[in-house]
Design a protein around this ligand. Sequence first.
Ligand code: GDP
Length: 155
Amino acid sequence: MRHSGRDRRKGEEQTMNQLERTLAIIKPDSFAGGHTGEILAMIEAAGFRILGMRMTRLSKAQAQGFYDVHRGKPFFAGLVEFMTEGPVVVLALERENAIKAWRDLMGATNPAGAAEGTIRKKFGTAIDRNAVHGSDAPETAAYELGFFFSGADLA
Ligand code: GDP
């Protein structure tokens, strides 16, 4: 069936306005640096609703499992060591287009190339000490949210 322009626009609007969830982590460098409060304020100012929030310290096995897609890469061991060096704050965030919106607020993976006003520009110090994590796609977000939160936590 063909859709009229109006129907199509309505469909696009519904897609655009869809609430989405993503997983964020305040990494050990920004936690130890005392930037947790400021990062949380930036998250709230950007219109995210915090559905879940927990401070934890990752075990080596947890960090390896979380970053399983990077297993075998030259930076994997360093990444696991960094993510286990101190406490982190894990967050389940909700907003329209949350995955992209949170990655936009985080900034580029390498803080040297991150845009002005982003968290990585402000608090990241190197590609392997870049302040925050965010899911990069809906499937990743579902996996990563489930890694840290139960469905009941986020209901
Ligand atoms: P992100 O989604 O922007 O965090 O980036 P990725 O998922 O691709 O990588 C996960 C983490 O591994 C990044 O946040 C970096 O800290 C680290 N990483 C990625 N690529 C490199 C690299 O080329 N060298 C090093 N040392 N670390 C990297």
